[in-house]
Design a protein around this ligand. Structure first.
Ligand code: IMP
Length: 435
């Protein structure tokens, strides 16, 4: 184990998912959030579900960065996000009930886009046979249609809320267009225009003082020496450009999304932490070479409580795939791995790692870009002996069973990046910090 030794402090750290999302980013953001001034999210929307557990309470955040759970941390929702007003108000409300005044420390970009009823209606139109919700297996949260409007330059942005007359005009145009599509293309119900106005006026009343130029805010914060944590949502392989298209989300979940989604420069980031689940999961459809469909997959799902934090769907489960994670390392420049949910592997006699893929008799050196290749690849596995004991109480690397150390060593050797953090349970304190 080559722990990344240092007492170095970092000004700007990036937390990025290395697999297909649900790697446990929320917990690591919460952990590092205690030493930073600002946590900023740069892409996605309410499709994400970041779970953090402390003091016997579980918090699931969808749009507000997990840093909000630290009392002195400011949180930014960057321009790269698509925001559902109803769901954001619910999140603010839930936090208020838990004694957390989110509005005091939450800053929402003027340029972030809104997800409205018509986005959700379009995504789900066509029913279980034809809608993108069913063919791609999306979360049904209107993410794709909202990003499509952004790219088509007809999106409604947070800043529009501050100009009611202009908002009305833009909304009127969009609702007409979307209702036409809903009715004539899909034979679906129209969305209710008044309901959208009412929702937006309630939303504006609550957040109007929180809508700011978050890019300038971040630039000023960095100039004055503040520490910033950048929080990604979803994972590398769900990236619109670098993921397993079309079974991806509609944003850049990889490192490029930081620059377009927040407006800071590449040379500002001084540590990139890849969040890596100790095995692999995926929700929704799409390639998954190391998937386990039998008893072992079921056991992983049960022990790891692998059900979506946003939709409750059972997650597909499989062994750790180093091809998947190495690709994330290369795409994002990951320099430290945070291994999560290692304790889930406590129950197995033997644990496997996929170390490569065989395709038509040859070993592939890269994660395939040609989608059709996935149909014919064979994962190559290496096994280690399981440790068959609980590691949830362990707080230092030295105390880990020798078999656990062997597993971590194989993981480091195949991915070729050092481990900096190991999570052995869902609670804040169930963490081993090596760097
Ligand atoms: P969308 O982001 O709702 O458009 O869904 C596109 C794909 O990304 C689907 O396979 C979803 O299951 C997946 N997805 C979206 N958000 C998350 C997430 O936060 N974790 C895991 N998978 C996600």
């Amino acid at each position: 184990m080559t722990a990344t030794a240092s007492k170095k402090t970092y000004s700007v750290q990036l937390i990025i998912g290395s697999q297909w999302g649900d790697e446990g980013k929320g917990k690591i953001v919460d952990l590092l959030g205690k030493d930073v001034d600002i946590v900023a999210r740069y892409q996605g929307g309410p499709n994400a579900g970041h779970t953090v557990k402390f003091n016997n309470t579980q918090y699931i955040l969808h749009q507000i960065p997990s840093g909000i759970l630290r009392p002195d941390t400011d949180c930014i929702i960057g321009n790269g996000l698509v925001i559902n007003p109803e769901s954001l108000m619910n999140e603010i409300d839930t936090l208020t009930k838990a004694g957390i005044d989110a509005l005091k420390r939450l800053y929402i970009s003027l340029n972030a886009h809104l997800i409205l009823d018509y986005h959700i209606a379009v995504e789900c139109a066509g029913g279980s046979g034809e809608s993108t919700a069913s063919t791609i297996g999306t979360t049904g949260r209107g993410i794709g249609p909202a990003y499509a409007d952004k790219i088509s330059r007809i999106g409604i942005r947070m800043q529009d809320l501050l100009y009611p007359e202009q908002l009305k005009e833009k909304l009127n145009r969009n609702i007409k267009l979307k209702n036409d599509i809903l009715q004539s293309v899909y034979g679906a119900d129209k969305v209710d225009e008044q309901k959208i106005y009412d929702l937006l006026s309630r939303f504006t009343a609550i957040v109007k003082n929180n809508i700011v130029d978050t890019q300038s805010m971040l630039i000023e914060a960095l100039k004055s020496g503040k520490k910033v944590l950048l929080e990604g949502a979803q994972g590398t392989h769900l990236d619109i450009d670098f993921g397993t298209y079309p079974y991806v989300t509609s944003s850049n979940t990889t490192v490029g999304g930081v620059f377009t989604g927040l407006g800071i420069a590449p040379n500002q980031i001084d540590r990139i932490i890849g969040i890596v689940k100790a095995y692999t999961t995926r929700v929704g459809k799409g390639p998954f070479p190391s998937e386990l469909t039998g008893d072992t997959g079921d056991a992983l799902r049960k022990k790891g409580s692998e059900f979506g934090a946003t939709t409750g769907r059972p997650r597909r489960c499989g062994w750790f795939d180093s091809m998947v994670v190495r690709y994330a390392v290369e795409t994002n420049g990951i320099d430290t791995m945070a291994i999560t949910k290692l304790d889930v592997l406590d129950i197995f006699d033997e644990i496997k790692i996929c170390t490569g893929y065989q395709y038509k008799g040859k070993k592939l050196s890269y994660f395939p870009k040609d989608f059709n290749v996935f149909d014919n690849i064979e994962p190559i596995y290496q096994s280690v002996k399981g440790w068959k004991q609980s590691i949830a109480h362990v707080r230092s690397y030295e105390e880990l069973p020798v078999e656990t150390k062997d597993y971590l060593k194989l993981l480091e050797d195949t991915v070729q990046v050092p481990v900096g953090f190991i999570s052995v349970g869902p609670n804040r304190e169930e963490t081993i910090i090596l760097s």
